[in-house]
Design a protein around this ligand. Structure first.
Ligand SMILES: O=P(O)(O)OC[C@H]1O[C@H](O)[C@H](O)[C@@H](O)[C@@H]1O
Length: 572
């Protein structure tokens, strides 16, 4: 018999479906009282501890999930990824972001060619260039050192680097090496974002890095042209050569734009945009800000997790466990969302990155409706990721998580704060206070509070329904030793691989993103219409009633804009 196309046709899937009823009969409160079970649900690698005892799973569930992994050929799929097979079949590309952080002596093949030397060639070039900019031997058009960087990019060419930058900003080593420098990110095509980003910057001391895999993304290219104008207007067109560099896979378009290809930093088709933070996309701007040695630590942290993911057995493999648990929560327990709750303000941009996924990484990767073979999925795949650092989130959406919808939570905690605060007379430090919440919230979700307990506390009867917490709400805890560049790399790679595991189990292609294309092509139609209406006075045509009405109103209200306007840059 031919092997089933869909994972939901396998015995392992059906077995898990049947197992759901059994799990539904058990409250997490009871599962948590089994110390042996809890002990077996703690896994440690390279000082990162995963505790998944507060998931609604028993040892039997885990066993069935490992069987599901077998049925999905998870191991083989991971191996195919690492061996450079074209697993992104709809774009006919390998998926080799792990090669971006492989050590120099490693061999990783793409179409028979070892890509690691190419990776290191670019890394060496970044090291050299960033050192020259940082030590003032690469200067701007007027001879001044370039101390500020604006990185222009969107989606994967923005969110990952922003997450890492935000996380590094309070790391003592990174602070030291970034002294006197600024790194800003311009993503949105909204002119307000341009205004915000150039406020307080002097073109004479600013370097602009245009980051775009394709070098065709409308928002990025318009922002790049805008900042090119900002530089030329202040310093003359020839200044662009000293003040603008690029990161792209499309070096031809980089040159066409007017950036010297020698000042371009390449990456490759086998790096998905949302998995590109370890390529020049992230490494160049971050090295300019923090120095290459800090960024190298970040790459090493990710690389160590890559090896763990490739070699560790399922039971000890952190990304595999996380991926399987997500599949369990989404496809079997029916929880469509996941909250990512770092108890660290430095990780405030982590959830946005994973959304894009997760941020982009997760939602763009696994937000699919068909299998890799194009068969409509009879089950839901992908999850809605959102999150905020604790304790801030506790004062906004946690109410919903505690007493409203069931949303599996990832609690991410850091053992040692890099910016500790102790107050005389207070034994509990500020970080202890933060971590008290990190330790308490998962239990509050798991155990809840019963009417009997409330009754014993003399809660008035009419308030008992309001103060009752059902509990039985799953979460997991990830504890990292600190949040230096190395740990940030670990965290990134854990989530990247978790998302791949989910996609491998669901049998979807986590590495394409056709879903974002439709909106883009419709925007092109609108752009054409705006052009035709502004230059030739053509009426709005070819749109539905709603869009026609809105566009007509917009054009009427902006009729004072000339069809051939002079350059106007923000004055802020
Ligand atoms: O790097 P670029 O080619 O400019 O693409 C920027 C972004 O464009 C789209 O939104 C894609 O869905 C993202 O995955 C990509 O990161």
């Amino acid at each position: 018999m031919a092997s089933p196309t869909l994972i939901s046709d396998t015995e392992a899937w059906k077995d898990l479906k049947a197992h759901v009823e059994e799990i539904k009969k058990t409250h997490l409160r009871d599962l948590m009282s089994d110390a042996d079970r809890c002990k077996s649900m703690m896994v440690e690698f390279d000082e990162v501890l995963l505790d998944y005892s507060r998931q609604r799973v028993t040892l039997k569930t885990m066993d069935k999930l490992f069987k599901l992994a077998e049925a999905a050929h998870l191991k083989e799929k991971i191996e195919r990824m690492y061996s450079g097979e074209h697993i992104n079949s709809t774009e006919n590309r390998p998926v080799l972001h792990v090669a971006l952080r492989a050590s120099r002596d490693y061999v990783m093949l793409s179409d028979g060619k070892n890509v690691v030397p190419e990776v290191w060639k670019v890394l060496d070039k970044i090291q050299e260039f960033s050192e020259r900019v940082r030590n003032g031997s690469w200067v701007g058009a007027t001879g001044k050192a370039l101390k500020d960087v604006v990185a222009i990019g969107i989606g994967g060419s923005f969110l990952g680097p922003l997450f890492v930058h935000t996380a590094l900003q309070t790391d003592p080593e990174a602070i030291n090496s970034a002294r006197g420098r600024q790194l800003r990110f311009l993503a949105n095509v909204d002119p307000i974002d341009v205004a915000r980003n150039i406020t307080g910057l002097n073109p004479e001391t600013t370097l602009v890095v245009v980051v775009s895999k394709t070098f065709t993304t409308a928002e990025t290219m318009l922002n790049a042209r805008t900042l090119r104008e900002w530089i030329s207007a202040a310093l003359g067109p020839s200044a662009v050569a000293k003040h603008m560099v690029a990161v792209s896979t499309n070096l031809t378009l980089v040159e066409k734009f007017g950036i010297d290809p020698n000042n371009a930093f390449a990456f490759w088709d086998w790096v998905g945009g949302r998995y590109s933070v370890c390529s020049a996309v992230g490494v160049l701007p971050l090295s300019l800000q923090y120095g290459f040695s800090v960024v190298k630590e970040f790459l090493m942290g990710a690389s160590y997790i890559d090896q763990h993911f490739f070699t560790a057995p399922y039971e000890e493999n952190i990304p595999v466990l996380l991926g399987l648990l997500s599949v369990w929560n989404v496809s079997f327990l029916g929880h469509p969302a996941r909250a990512i709750l770092p108890y660290s303000q430095a990780l405030e941009k982590f959830a946005p990155h994973i959304q894009q996924a997760s941020i982009q990484v997760s939602m763009e990767s696994n937000g699919k409706g068909v299998s890799i073979d194009g068969v409509p999925l009879p089950f839901e795949a992908g999850e809605i990721d959102f999150g905020e650092p604790g304790t801030n989130g506790q004062h906004s959406f946690y109410q919903l998580i505690h007493q409203g919808r069931v949303i599996p939570c990832d609690f991410i905690g850091i053992v040692r704060s890099q910016q500790p605060v102790y107050l005389k007379g207070e034994v509990v430090s500020n970080h202890d206070e933060l971590m008290s919440n990190f330790f308490a919230q998962p239990d509050a979700l798991a155990y809840g509070k019963t009417p009997e307990q409330l009754h014993k506390e003399n809660v008035p009867p009419h308030l008992i329904p309001h103060k009752t917490f059902s509990g039985n709400r799953p979460s997991l805890s990830l504890l990292l030793p600190s949040l230096n560049a190395y740990n940030i790399g670990q965290l990134l790679a854990i989530y990247e691989h978790r998302i791949a595991v989910e996609g491998f189990i669901w049998g979807i292609n986590s590495f394409d993103q056709w879903g974002v294309e439709l909106g883009k092509s419709l925007a092109t139609q609108v752009r054409k219409q705006l052009n035709a209406s502004r230059t030739k006075g053509e009426p709005v045509e070819g749109f539905n009633f709603s869009t026609t009405t809105l566009l007509t109103r917009y054009l009427k209200a902006t009729a004072d804009i000339p069809s051939d306007p002079p350059t106007l840059l923000p004055r802020i």
